[in-house]
Design a protein. Structure first.
Length: 198
Protein backbone atom coordinates (compact mmCIF):
# COMPACT_ATOMS: atom_id res chain seq x y z
CA UNK A 1 0.00 0.00 0.00
CA UNK A 2 1.38 3.41 -0.96
CA UNK A 3 1.49 6.37 1.43
CA UNK A 4 -1.31 8.02 -0.56
CA UNK A 5 -3.52 4.94 -0.23
CA UNK A 6 -2.72 4.69 3.47
CA UNK A 7 -3.79 8.32 3.91
CA UNK A 8 -7.00 7.65 1.98
CA UNK A 9 -7.82 4.57 4.09
CA UNK A 10 -7.24 6.58 7.27
CA UNK A 11 -9.61 9.28 6.01
CA UNK A 12 -12.25 6.66 5.22
CA UNK A 13 -11.91 5.06 8.66
CA UNK A 14 -12.33 8.47 10.32
CA UNK A 15 -15.47 9.17 8.27
CA UNK A 16 -16.84 5.75 9.17
CA UNK A 17 -16.24 6.30 12.89
CA UNK A 18 -17.71 9.82 12.80
CA UNK A 19 -20.92 8.88 10.94
CA UNK A 20 -21.73 5.48 12.39
CA UNK A 21 -23.72 6.97 15.32
CA UNK A 22 -25.92 8.95 12.91
CA UNK A 23 -26.48 5.95 10.64
CA UNK A 24 -27.46 3.77 13.59
CA UNK A 25 -29.67 6.53 15.03
CA UNK A 26 -31.61 6.71 11.75
CA UNK A 27 -31.78 3.04 10.85
CA UNK A 28 -30.69 0.87 13.80
CA UNK A 29 -27.60 -1.26 14.27
CA UNK A 30 -26.20 -3.83 11.87
CA UNK A 31 -28.05 -7.11 11.33
CA UNK A 32 -26.79 -10.25 13.09
CA UNK A 33 -23.57 -11.82 11.75
CA UNK A 34 -22.62 -8.68 9.82
CA UNK A 35 -18.88 -7.95 10.06
CA UNK A 36 -17.20 -4.94 8.49
CA UNK A 37 -13.55 -5.54 7.56
CA UNK A 38 -12.63 -2.03 6.49
CA UNK A 39 -11.93 -0.20 3.25
CA UNK A 40 -9.93 -0.66 0.08
CA UNK A 41 -9.30 1.98 -2.59
CA UNK A 42 -9.46 1.06 -6.27
CA UNK A 43 -8.48 3.25 -9.22
CA UNK A 44 -10.49 1.20 -11.70
CA UNK A 45 -14.05 1.47 -10.38
CA UNK A 46 -16.58 4.27 -10.84
CA UNK A 47 -18.70 3.71 -7.73
CA UNK A 48 -18.30 1.98 -4.37
CA UNK A 49 -18.59 -1.80 -4.22
CA UNK A 50 -19.23 -4.15 -1.31
CA UNK A 51 -16.91 -7.15 -1.40
CA UNK A 52 -18.17 -10.43 0.08
CA UNK A 53 -15.37 -12.96 -0.02
CA UNK A 54 -16.39 -15.75 2.36
CA UNK A 55 -19.14 -18.31 1.90
CA UNK A 56 -18.59 -19.33 5.55
CA UNK A 57 -19.26 -15.79 6.75
CA UNK A 58 -21.67 -14.51 4.10
CA UNK A 59 -22.27 -11.13 5.75
CA UNK A 60 -18.60 -10.27 6.27
CA UNK A 61 -17.63 -7.50 3.88
CA UNK A 62 -15.20 -4.79 2.85
CA UNK A 63 -16.08 -1.55 1.11
CA UNK A 64 -14.06 -0.84 -2.00
CA UNK A 65 -14.04 2.87 -2.77
CA UNK A 66 -13.21 4.49 -6.11
CA UNK A 67 -10.12 6.68 -5.99
CA UNK A 68 -12.06 9.39 -7.83
CA UNK A 69 -14.33 9.88 -4.78
CA UNK A 70 -11.41 11.67 -3.12
CA UNK A 71 -11.56 14.47 -5.68
CA UNK A 72 -14.83 15.79 -4.23
CA UNK A 73 -15.61 16.00 -0.50
CA UNK A 74 -19.39 15.87 -1.07
CA UNK A 75 -19.11 12.76 -3.24
CA UNK A 76 -16.76 11.12 -0.73
CA UNK A 77 -19.10 11.72 2.20
CA UNK A 78 -22.13 10.56 0.19
CA UNK A 79 -20.37 7.41 -1.02
CA UNK A 80 -19.14 6.44 2.44
CA UNK A 81 -22.46 7.02 4.20
CA UNK A 82 -24.45 5.21 1.50
CA UNK A 83 -22.24 2.14 1.87
CA UNK A 84 -22.44 2.36 5.66
CA UNK A 85 -26.25 2.26 5.48
CA UNK A 86 -26.15 -0.67 3.04
CA UNK A 87 -23.74 -2.33 5.46
CA UNK A 88 -26.46 -2.49 8.12
CA UNK A 89 -28.33 -5.01 5.97
CA UNK A 90 -25.88 -6.27 3.31
CA UNK A 91 -27.05 -8.64 0.58
CA UNK A 92 -24.24 -11.02 1.50
CA UNK A 93 -22.14 -13.58 -0.32
CA UNK A 94 -24.05 -14.98 -3.29
CA UNK A 95 -21.44 -17.20 -4.93
CA UNK A 96 -21.96 -17.31 -8.68
CA UNK A 97 -25.53 -16.06 -8.66
CA UNK A 98 -26.27 -13.15 -10.97
CA UNK A 99 -26.85 -9.86 -9.22
CA UNK A 100 -27.67 -8.96 -5.66
CA UNK A 101 -31.25 -7.74 -5.70
CA UNK A 102 -32.37 -5.11 -3.24
CA UNK A 103 -35.51 -3.02 -2.98
CA UNK A 104 -36.32 0.65 -3.37
CA UNK A 105 -36.61 0.70 0.44
CA UNK A 106 -32.97 -0.40 0.82
CA UNK A 107 -31.51 1.92 -1.82
CA UNK A 108 -33.69 4.88 -0.84
CA UNK A 109 -32.56 4.50 2.77
CA UNK A 110 -28.91 4.58 1.69
CA UNK A 111 -29.48 7.82 -0.24
CA UNK A 112 -31.49 9.26 2.66
CA UNK A 113 -28.53 8.65 4.97
CA UNK A 114 -26.17 10.35 2.53
CA UNK A 115 -28.50 13.35 2.12
CA UNK A 116 -28.75 13.71 5.91
CA UNK A 117 -24.96 13.76 6.23
CA UNK A 118 -24.52 16.21 3.33
CA UNK A 119 -27.08 18.54 4.89
CA UNK A 120 -25.29 18.52 8.25
CA UNK A 121 -21.86 19.23 6.76
CA UNK A 122 -22.49 21.27 3.63
CA UNK A 123 -25.99 22.75 4.04
CA UNK A 124 -29.24 22.90 2.11
CA UNK A 125 -27.81 24.42 -1.07
CA UNK A 126 -25.43 21.48 -1.55
CA UNK A 127 -28.27 19.05 -0.84
CA UNK A 128 -30.37 20.71 -3.57
CA UNK A 129 -27.47 20.49 -6.01
CA UNK A 130 -26.83 16.82 -5.13
CA UNK A 131 -30.51 15.94 -5.55
CA UNK A 132 -30.66 17.79 -8.90
CA UNK A 133 -27.67 15.77 -10.12
CA UNK A 134 -29.22 12.55 -8.83
CA UNK A 135 -32.52 13.32 -10.56
CA UNK A 136 -30.74 14.01 -13.85
CA UNK A 137 -28.14 11.22 -13.82
CA UNK A 138 -29.52 8.44 -11.60
CA UNK A 139 -33.28 8.87 -11.43
CA UNK A 140 -33.95 5.44 -9.91
CA UNK A 141 -31.97 6.43 -6.81
CA UNK A 142 -33.71 9.80 -6.63
CA UNK A 143 -37.11 8.14 -6.92
CA UNK A 144 -36.30 5.56 -4.21
CA UNK A 145 -35.03 8.35 -1.94
CA UNK A 146 -38.23 10.35 -2.47
CA UNK A 147 -40.43 7.48 -1.30
CA UNK A 148 -38.23 6.78 1.74
CA UNK A 149 -38.26 10.49 2.61
CA UNK A 150 -42.08 10.44 2.45
CA UNK A 151 -42.19 7.36 4.68
CA UNK A 152 -39.82 8.91 7.26
CA UNK A 153 -41.62 12.28 7.19
CA UNK A 154 -44.73 10.47 8.43
CA UNK A 155 -42.86 8.20 10.87
CA UNK A 156 -39.17 8.94 11.55
CA UNK A 157 -38.84 5.55 13.28
CA UNK A 158 -40.39 3.56 10.41
CA UNK A 159 -37.23 1.87 9.17
CA UNK A 160 -36.01 1.08 12.67
CA UNK A 161 -39.38 -0.50 13.43
CA UNK A 162 -39.24 -2.57 10.25
CA UNK A 163 -35.65 -3.61 10.97
CA UNK A 164 -36.56 -4.64 14.52
CA UNK A 165 -38.76 -7.25 12.84
CA UNK A 166 -36.58 -7.91 9.77
CA UNK A 167 -32.97 -6.81 10.38
CA UNK A 168 -32.18 -7.41 6.70
CA UNK A 169 -34.28 -4.66 5.16
CA UNK A 170 -34.56 -6.38 1.77
CA UNK A 171 -36.61 -9.14 3.48
CA UNK A 172 -39.41 -6.75 4.47
CA UNK A 173 -42.84 -7.65 3.08
CA UNK A 174 -46.02 -5.62 2.85
CA UNK A 175 -47.62 -7.30 5.88
CA UNK A 176 -44.66 -6.20 8.02
CA UNK A 177 -45.80 -2.57 7.83
CA UNK A 178 -49.00 -3.56 9.62
CA UNK A 179 -47.23 -5.80 12.14
CA UNK A 180 -44.91 -2.99 13.31
CA UNK A 181 -47.64 -0.34 13.05
CA UNK A 182 -46.00 1.80 10.38
CA UNK A 183 -48.70 3.86 8.71
CA UNK A 184 -47.98 4.37 5.04
CA UNK A 185 -50.17 4.54 1.97
CA UNK A 186 -50.49 1.21 0.18
CA UNK A 187 -49.03 2.74 -2.99
CA UNK A 188 -45.93 3.90 -1.10
CA UNK A 189 -45.52 0.47 0.48
CA UNK A 190 -45.79 -1.17 -2.93
CA UNK A 191 -43.20 1.11 -4.54
CA UNK A 192 -40.79 0.75 -1.61
CA UNK A 193 -40.91 -3.04 -1.90
CA UNK A 194 -40.35 -3.18 -5.67
CA UNK A 195 -37.01 -4.64 -6.71
CA UNK A 196 -34.61 -1.75 -7.26
CA UNK A 197 -33.75 -1.18 -10.92
CA UNK A 198 -31.14 1.28 -12.14
Amino acid sequence: MTDAQSTQITKLEKLHAAWLPMVEFLFGSAAPDVKFDGFEVNNNIAKPVMLFESSNEPYRYKIQMPARSFTNDVMLLADVVQEMVRGLYPVGFKGNEDGNETTNLCEGSAIYGAITAIKQVFGDETVDSYLDTLRDQAFAYYDAFSYVATLLADDPQAIKKLRDLKPFLFEVQKSDFTIVKVEAEKKIQDVLLFTFRT
